[in-house]
Design a protein around this ligand. Sequence first.
Ligand code: ATP
Length: 390
Amino acid sequence: MTATGASAGSRASAKEAGAAGIEVENLTKQFGSFTAVDDVTFTAADGRVTALLGPSGSGKSTVLRAIAGLERPTAGRITIAGEDQTDASVQDRRVGFVFQHYALFRHMSVRDNVAFGLSVRKVAKDEIRRRVDELLDLVQLSPFADRSPSQLSGGQRQRVALARALAPRPRVLLLDEPFGALDARVRRDLRHWLDALHRELGVTSLLVTHDQEEALELANEVVVMHHGRIEQVGSPDEVYNQPATPFVAGFVGSANVIQGHVRDGRVRFGETVLWDANHIDEGSDAHAYIRPHDVKVSGLKTGGATIRAVLDRSKDLGWMSKLHLQLPDGQTLVAHVMNGDLGAHEPGEEVWVDLTEAKVFAPPADGESAAGETPVPRADDSLEAVQATG
Ligand code: ATP
């Protein structure tokens, strides 16, 4: 699927609609004595896609709802296109909103759903027809204009919801898990389609998701949230490759966690001494986060592969294998190895691993991992397994 249905005219008019940046400053939202959003500050840059990424309950939707005017902040300021919107009405903010659950009007046709925001604004009938045609073309649903939402697939309904949100030319587009209720294949298709659509329209977009793959693929900038606070703001590359906190290291992408302690400025586990840890107090515990694809495995003790491990089991996915390894001190690791890079090995055989690519942190103060349940996040069989814990 692509989003190439838009005419040059619709592209121009969407740009004219005024892509605009969003500034959230020191936003706090309390529900009774519970702080759902705690002093959150970030900018969603003009014309870009910003993702709010975090596990369930981390406060993402509350931030989005506050920007939309659906939730009144306890403290802080919200600015759109340089205008203070903190106390503005929902209508005055001119934001487009797409929720996870299709909020289409079931008794209205696709065409009337898309026209809704324009009809209530008393836009002239001709103008409404022109704009709706343009948007149905854009979301590639022109042949479905007269159907009712119940005659569409889930993915098509979300495209109608998007067209409806775009119809009144919003200054910004707020997307709250827009593909959350769809199956994995449709999600992936819609993700590519939304990416292409954004390239055409350039409307400032803020996307709430707990799916790190979705955030990394779609967003120019990612705001990682946890317990109502921001853990890190950065490009997809920064949050993935330079995680600022143990939470980000465990939540964005899958990671093995090796537990050790610091002696003479280095992390030790079992008999092994690795990684500099001058940033952690001497004698303290330390956690090293290692991506499964950064665990280099060799049949021979060679180069950096100096740590002995035993192969517990492996799964061949055709193009790569997932190896479950046990280190001499009993800790376990998952390695992703391209098929052909390592000869055939049987469970119980000895291999050698290189673990130099690691991010070392002091253990999280609250003892809580990215998974929020187990003390330490673990690289599991798949990225999805780690995501599912969010
Ligand atoms: P999810 O991905 O599950 O939607 P989220 O990160 O979007 O989670 P929010 O919906 O923003 O999280 O909720 C943050 C916290 O605030 C949660 O603990 C939630 O229970 C609480 N919360 C949200 N809305 C209300 C409300 N109206 N009254 C009381 N508590 C609320």
